[in-house]
Ligand binder design. Structure first.
Ligand code: ARG
Length: 576
């Protein structure tokens, strides 16, 4: 069953054809001026050009051809040739009738595997506001792809073999030369317990990094330690094993706090063995060239308007880079999943150049043929003053601090509402708050972290949308059964019209790809429902047919908000 927009487009196409014009120009979209009409078509301009007639005349001819349509109504021509109209109530009802409650009319047509690379922490470093953003955006994208029918796999990519690891190992070597990990004669077994806690690791990392900055000798030791680690020196591998276990447990604790999980925890170490072979292949085919002792892959393309430096495969000291490991990771993904259709990377938008270099290298070498490579860059989380959100000490706020602060606010909100002490509910509100506030914006946009505003039950917030779904659920529960959709009255029509827009909202999210059209749709439905409920008695309605029809709309509302929120990783509580 076609969506409402599909039906309208078919009607416009028919009218264009009836006027001897190209039916493909009958494209319909939501109106820029919803106070005048719900939809518009601007195809008269192109049609007029082709037919060498004034656009207004063409628009009027099309409008006249629509007079008897069952699908559109209130057709008018505005300005130089805009065709404005509403959907008929019959068209709205039939589009809505075709939406089942489980999928709200969206078929699962996707096929193949999609890997979404998101949340990637840096071992031994505290996860920060940026990791929170990639975690939320990536998790929602994964859910959206899965809903569309793809096998969607989330990978939290671990940058686990680079220089930072060498910095930490050499720092411990300086502090604890007596540890068996540093004794080349030690034959094991190494201790099963880590000699440090995760908190100590988080503390030592910045000190180690600083020491390397200040002292070239330390820097060399760190580089050498990283190389030895990569080559598998047993003591270093054992120490690193502790570090990785603790780091993964910490990352998991953060992800769990938001109900986020991953199918894959593969990182740089898992593809380390592929690096030499890929390097030889790139070099052998002339795609990689020597440059000042380094091996680089030139990726400039005709038409580049910005400087495009080559991808650095091996630095002059022979070390692999962030680019090297991402090329190897992509090769590995394409080989491991022969049905891979897309790889999506959610990372700070300042990494755009890095991913462009990686994607171009893979394309040049044919490492991921047939795989759509997508970078989704996220913007900065700002404080209520509109400036990048920083802690008092000037660093980025920690992931877990943001979660804790929002949870605290959510508890306070519940206390205000007389629901003190419901910890599970407070967590649900916290998640709805954080996820909705982030996901209602396009990922690349900066957004303001303001827990005071974001947890409010009014306004464009997660709790507001949740609250409308809970309200709808309460009405349905009291009523017992939902009833069948009926004819739409004037007060029911705006809600029905909003509900009918779901297939397009979802299609937009998938095409972008971005969760924000889904979040925006959930909010629109919540608002339309709130207005509907203000204008239309439901449980107290005396006429049984009207009551049943309104209940059916309440059920659709509940189903659609629940579905949209679930794609954002937000679950609707029973009450709030
Ligand atoms: N760990 C990186 C960071 O904190 C993000 C990793 C993104 N994924 C990737 N395959 N490079 O910015």
């Amino acid at each position: 069953m076609p969506s409402l927009l599909d039906q309208l487009t078919a009607a416009l196409a028919g009218a264009f054809a009836a006027c001897g014009l190209d039916p493909a120009l009958g494209v319909v979209r939501e109106s820029d001026r919803p106070e005048l009409c719900a939809f518009q078509c601007n195809g008269a301009f192109a049609a007029a050009k082709a037919a060498r007639r004034p656009p207004k005349e063409v628009a009027e001819a099309v409008a006249a051809a629509l007079i008897d349509s069952d699908t559109v109504q209130n057709v008018s021509v505005a300005g130089p040739g805009f065709i404005n109209f509403d959907a008929s109530r019959i068209a709205i009802s039939s589009a809505l009738a075709a939406q089942d409650n489980a999928r709200c009319g969206v078929p699962a047509t996707g096929a193949g595997t999609i890997i979404v690379d998101y949340g990637g922490p840096n071992p031994a470093k505290a996860m920060h506001a940026g990791h929170l953003r990639t975690t939320l955006i990536g998790d929602a994208l994964k859910r959206i792809f899965a809903f569309a029918g793809y096998r969607a796999l989330g990978n939290t990519h671990l940058n686990d073999l680079g220089l930072p690891m060498g910095q930490i190992i050499s720092e411990y070597a300086a502090r604890h030369p007596e540890w068996p990990y540093f004794d080349p004669a030690f034959t094991g077994p190494y201790p099963a317990e880590a000699p440090f806690t995760y908190a100590e690791l988080e503390e030592i990392y910045p000190q180690a990094a600083q020491a390397c900055k200040d002292d070239p000798a330390r820097r060399n030791l760190a580089r050498q330690a990283a190389v030895d680690l990569q080559e598998g020196r047993p003591g270093y591998r054992a120490l690193w094993g502790h570090l990785m276990r603790l780091s993964k447990a910490d990352a998991k604790r953060n992800f769990d706090s938001l109900g986020v999980s991953f199918e894959l925890w593969r990182g740089e170490a898992d593809v380390h063995g592929l690096i030499p072979g890929i390097g030889r292949d790139l070099k052998g085919r002339g795609l990689a060239v020597e440059s000042e002792g380094a091996l680089v892959v030139p990726v400039v393309e005709a038409g580049d308007t910005r400087p495009m430096p080559p991808l650095m495969y091996y630095k002059s000291d022979g070390a692999a880079t962030y680019g090297t490991t991402d090329v190897a990771t992509l090769c590995d993904r394409a080989q491991t999943y022969p049905d891979l259709v897309r790889a999506v990377y959610v990372a700070d938008r300042r990494q755009a150049l890095h991913f462009e270099q990686v994607f171009r290298t893979a394309r040049l070498a044919g490492y991921a043929d047939g795989v759509d490579l997508t970078f989704v860059g996220y913007g900065t989380m700002n404080g209520p003053d509109g400036r990048p959100f920083k802690t008092r000490s000037g660093g980025l706020p920690r992931f877990d601090d943001i979660v804790a602060e929002t949870l605290e606010r959510a508890r306070a909100r519940l206390a205000e509402a007389g629901l003190r002490g419901d910890e599970a509910l407070a967590r649900q509100i916290m998640m709805a708050t954080l996820k909705f506030a982030d996901l209602v914006n396009p990922p690349a946009a900066d957004y303001v972290f303001d827990p005071e505003r974001m947890t409010a039950f009014e306004g464009k917030t997660g709790p507001y949308v949740l609250y409308q779904a809970v309200r709808a659920g309460a009405i349905l529960e009291k009523a017992g059964s939902a009833g069948a959709l009926g004819p739409l009255g004037v007060d029911e029509t705006p809600l029905a019209l909003t509900l009918a827009a779901w297939p397009e909202a979802f299609a937009q999210a998938l095409a972008a790809p971005s969760p924000h059209p889904v979040a925006a749709q959930a909010y629109r439905v919540a608002q339309a429902f709130s207005r509907f409920y203000g204008a239309c008695p439901v449980l107290s309605e005396a006429d049984p047919a009207t009551r049943a029809a309104r209940l059916a709309l309440v059920a659709r509302t509940r189903a659609q908000i629940t579905l949209a929120l679930s794609l954002l990783g937000i679950y609707v509580p029973k009450q709030m």
